[in-house]
Design a protein around this ligand. Structure first.
Ligand SMILES: Nc1ncnc2c1ncn2[C@@H]1O[C@H](COP(=O)(O)OP(=O)(O)OP(=O)(O)O)[C@@H](O)[C@H]1O
Ligand SMILES: [Mg+2]
Length: 412
């Protein structure tokens, strides 16, 4: 895929935009508006392609998340297909509005643009388009007809559903309780842990690994992690906005411990592994406290030996009334030997360890015997597994510039 008319990110500074932006060390340095730069330890300019949105013809909606829309588009000159993500201002009615507003707050008039540039930086830091299990990054596009803050993130287009859509379809269509075979789960986890290992070695913590941010591609043979919208650099203090999606959030994040690190991704991957094998989310609370109760109900309440820091949290004092603190882990009961071998359980149990200091890292997990021999991935076929949005006509999702025009006309 040829990059759209390659330019450096510094070009943005030359525009008569509302503020000047530089992409440095995962943070944006806004000299004019004084936006905070979390770390200045290691300044690194990253060249990012900034092309014109007019070079692409948008064809259909691929997905919609809490923060943006992703459309399929065709590069007019070459005919190549890409996916373009644009961030949308938080919708006051949406369930994720609170998180969106919190994520975008404080970034001034360039908030959306900065968030997208941050996302671009994390893609670049992880190798751009060179990793088989991380969605490929092609550059940025700007709509020349639109006002400022209308950047699009151009990615490789992954042709399948998200893992979330895939697993949901399997749940709906399951006959006779057929589960995904252990060898398939192992191949899937090998790909995901390999992606996480690369991210962490590149100084990036994803912070929102979940089935909705994993794309199934190449005829169900490849999984690719996408959506760096909540990522942080390991050199940053872990305080940039909300971190993750409730069901996949690590206990230290739920307990509001501020010094968490890449091991939050290892926890999320443990939750994803459980979901692939079990068929549904293992810990499914409705709010943070309930989520913690759900976790400790399965894994047991950590004692002082298992996790010394836990005892001093406010939750630990209160949880005694809601949980049987004497009961140990029920994880093996839920994943018996018939469902998951001893070697497989070692990985699951290691990733789902409450104390982050005792939790398996992605690198350590990949060295365990379960991964000594990994088959090629081939997720079972589901004829009608498809993104809930597949083939919807684009006209139902106006672009940001179209929305503005329609708003002016009071049509939208
Ligand atoms: N490169 C891609 N190729 C195909 N589909 C994609 C691609 N990137 C994203 N999608 C689809 O769009 C959806 C939303 O994308 P993404 O997760 O990046 O947006 P978001 O608004 O940040 O989501 P979230 O709700 O997780 O915060 C994905 O779940 C997926 O279905
Ligand atoms: Mg997402």
């Amino acid at each position: 895929m040829p990059k759209p008319s390659l330019a450096h990110i510094e070009e943005i500074e030359e525009r008569p935009a509302t503020c000047a932006l530089r992409l440095q060390n995962g943070m944006l340095d806004d000299a004019n508006a004084g936006v905070a730069v979390a770390t200045r330890k290691r300044r690194r300019r990253v060249p990012v392609a900034v092309g014109s949105a007019e070079d692409y013809e948008e064809t259909c909606l691929l997905g919609e998340g809490g923060f943006g829309t992703v459309v399929k588009a065709r590069h007019r000159a070459t005919g190549l297909t890409v996916a373009i993500k644009r961030l949308t201002p938080p919708d006051a009615d949406s369930q994720t509005a609170a998180a969106s507003i919190s994520r975008l707050a404080g970034a001034g008039s360039c908030g959306l643009e900065e968030e997208l540039l941050r996302e671009a930086w994390f893609h670049e830091a992880c190798g751009g388009s060179g990793h088989p299990f991380i969605v490929g990054f092609r550059g940025l596009v700007r709509d020349p007809a639109a006002a400022a803050a209308d950047l699009g993130l151009v990615m490789e287009c992954v042709d399948g559903p998200s893992l979330h859509d895939y697993l949901r379809q399997r749940r709906r269509r399951r006959h006779g309780g057929a589960r995904i075979p252990e060898a398939t789960a192992r191949a899937a986890m090998w790909q995901l842990l390999t992606a996480a290992k690369t991210m962490h070695e590149s100084g990036v913590v994803h912070r929102d690994i979940k089935p909705g941010n994993i794309l199934v591609g190449d005829g169900r043979r490849v999984l690719k992690i996408c959506d760096f919208g909540l990522a942080m650099a390991t050199s940053e203090a872990p305080s940039h906005g909300p971190a993750g999606t409730l069901w996949y959030k690590a206990p230290e994040v739920l307990l509001d411990m501020r010094d968490y690190d890449a091991r939050v991704d290892a926890w999320s991957l443990g939750c994803v592994m459980a979901e692939i094998i079990y068929g549904r989310a293992l810990f499914a609370g409705s709010y943070e406290r309930e989520q913690l109760v759900a976790i400790f109900d399965v894994l047991g309440v950590p004692d002082g030996g298992a996790w010394p820091e836990f005892a001093s949290t406010a939750f630990a004092a209160e949880a005694v009334t809601e949980l049987d603190v004497r009961r140990g882990s029920r994880l093996r009961e839920l994943f018996p030997a018939a469902m998951l071998s001893r070697e497989g359980f070692q990985v699951l149990h290691g990733l789902l360890t409450c104390n982050p200091h005792k939790r398996l890292t992605a690198d350590a997990a990949l060295k365990l015997p379960w991964f000594a021999k990994v088959e090629a991935l081939q997720l079972p076929s589901e004829d009608d597994v498809a993104s809930a949005f597949a083939n919807k006509e684009l006209h139902i999702v106006p672009s940001a510039s179209e929305k503005r025009k329609l708003r002016d006309l009071r049509v939208f």
